[in-house]
Design a binder for this molecule. Structure first.
Ligand code: HEC
Length: 215
């Protein structure tokens, strides 16, 4: 992930900035917004599963965050957070803490969700949360990103009260319920992770036996 970010940054500097600065003097998204949108859309095959094609349409949260460059005035941000909070669904049995060992696997898996002209995912491929792309969690994984705060010792520091458990579940289900224009994906809202899978990741965060809380 660090490499990817470095690569994006390098590409951004090498390509995007000079093009916009020298040719147009406009901010990215100005004159070329239509062209960029078209390239983006045509990079998805129409025979992709419909849930992918639906994702090409921005919902109100995305549109508003784009409009305000992820920094909307507070009342607008609060409205978006409310909208997102209203989407959160819970497992039928109401149990929000699952099995940390399952959660450990799900948090680490970063494959799945191929798009564009690449072959679709093989049937049965496990989709994970790719949490390490942005967070430090268990000590043994050293290749973690730092876009999000470290979650190391999450349960050790905050405990595993009902409030903390619900917060962790809600945050993973729909992160924008807390930070209107966050970078963290909305795993539950987009059916990327099922409610039961989210409970396993919650256990990975809060269970005292989980490697997140050891050492
Ligand atoms: C693309 C980056 C990204 C990914 C992937 C990601 N997160 Fe986050 N996460 C963030 C950011 C950024 C924050 C900081 C708060 C915010 O902006 O919402 C955050 C905040 C959090 C918080 C709240 C931390 C606190 O101190 O209260 C939790 C819990 C969390 N993430 C869990 C997870 C889990 C579990 C996964 C994997 C299922 C995950 N995140 C995947 C970016 C990410």
């Amino acid at each position: 992930m660090k490499l990817n970010i470095a690569l994006f940054a390098a590409l951004g500097l090498a390509l995007a900035a000079p093009v916009f600065a020298q040719k147009t003097g406009e901010a990215p998204g100005g004159k070329y917004a239509g062209e960029a949108e078209q390239i983006f859309r045509t990079s998805f095959r129409a025979d992709n599963p419909s849930y992918w094609m639906k994702r090409l349409e921005q919902d109100e949260t995305m549109k508003t965050c784009q409009q305000y460059r992820d920094n909307p005035p507070r009342p607008i941000g609060q409205r978006l957070e409310k909208l997102n909070a209203a989407t959160i669904r819970y497992p039928v049995d109401g149990k929000l803490v699952g099995d940390w060992k399952e959660g450990e696997k799900l948090a680490a898996v970063g494959s799945g969700g191929h798009i564009g002209f690449i072959q679709p995912d093989p049937a049965g491929r496990l989709r994970g949360g790719n949490c390490y792309a942005c967070h430090q969690l268990a000590k043994k994984e050293v290749a973690y990103g730092t876009i999000g705060p470290s979650l190391r010792h999450f349960g050790k520091i905050r405990g595993n009260s009902d409030d903390i458990v619900k917060y962790a579940y809600d945050k993973i289900y729909n992160s924008n319920a807390f930070t209107a224009c966050t970078n963290m994906p909305r795993f539950g809202l987009h059916s990327w992770l099922a409610p039961e899978q989210i409970t396993h990741i919650v256990a990975f965060l809060v269970d005292p036996e989980s490697p997140v809380n050891k050492d």
